[in-house]
Design a protein around this ligand. Structure first.
Ligand code: AP5
Length: 218
């Protein structure tokens, strides 16, 4: 199964990707995660990545495409992959089509995850990540106290939670604007290719997961 999860920041792409990984045994390829790893290195490329991410802009296409090309060449993607946060504009979508044609692995489906603007803001402002195991939790959308009570599988102690630096109000506003202007046009692009499925991605995580599975089974 080769799929793209398309959706605004906070729509649950990462959360649902992890569930698909567990159920289908194929890797999640998240350009956000790849770029976060790159930004921690003090290289000139890391500095460029950090600047764009902190302002909520897209990182340059050549950087992102280089990372995707390398990642999809790894053997674990042979049985399939879940693209999370890529492509994000028409140039990336066209480059992905060309790359997948070259390696003979066309996409099976693109799922658009629809979430209301106010709910996106609520999810993003409550999101926290564990410093040790990278688990993503939510202080606002999960039952009160649940995230704080969980034990980190790496340390055996409570999670050490932090807020992503790009989850502040100004950067989130820019990320949502960039999504509308540059990423939303991909909905038509994939509809024209007959690959698009749209789901309501609001409600409990398990219900969204069911809708996603149904959409993929079509
Ligand atoms: P990236 O890391 O991809 O961020 P994003 O697209 O903005 O998406 P998010 O990670 O914010 O949200 P998500 O949809 O994964 O939601 P999540 O599951 O975490 O990109 C960051 C930056 O990197 C970009 O701004 C850009 O600079 C750069 N970048 C990345 N890809 C690029 C590319 N291709 N080209 C150029 N630049 C690129 O859920 C959010 C929260 O809600 C969590 O706390 C979760 O627990 C909670 N939640 C999830 N589902 C539910 C539910 N059903 N109900 C209640 N709460 C829920």
């Amino acid at each position: 199964m080769r799929i793209v999860l398309l959706g605004a920041p906070g729509s649950g792409k990462g959360t649902q990707s992890q569930r698909l990984v567990e159920r289908h045994g194929i890797p999640q390829v998240s350009t956000g995660d790849l770029l976060r790893a790159a930004r921690t290195k003090g290289t000139p490329l890391g500095v460029k990545v950090r600047e764009a991410m902190d302002q909520g802009r897209l990182v340059a296409d050549d950087i992102v495409l280089g990372m995707i090309r390398e990642r999809l060449a790894e053997p674990d993607t042979g049985p399939g992959f879940i693209l999370d946060g890529f492509p994000r504009n028409l140039a990336q979508a066209r480059a992905l089509d060309a790359l997948l044609r070259e390696i003979g692995q066309p996409l099976d489906a693109v799922v658009q995850m629809e979430v209301d603007y106010g709910e996106l803001l609520r999810r993003i402002s409550g999101r926290r990540t564990c410093k040790d195991c990278d688990r993503v939790v939510n202080l606002l959308t999960s039952p009160p106290g649940e995230a704080e009570r969980e034990v980190c599988p790496k340390t055996g102690k409570p999670h050490r939670l932090f807020q992503r630096p790009d989850d502040n109000e100004a950067t989130v506003a820019e990320r949502l604007k960039v999504y509308e202007q540059q990423t939303r046009p991909l909905v038509d692009y994939y509809r024209q290719q007959g690959l698009l499925r749209t789901i309501n991605a609001e409600g409990p995580v398990a219900e969204v997961e069911q809708r996603l599975e149904l959409a993929l089974a079509k």
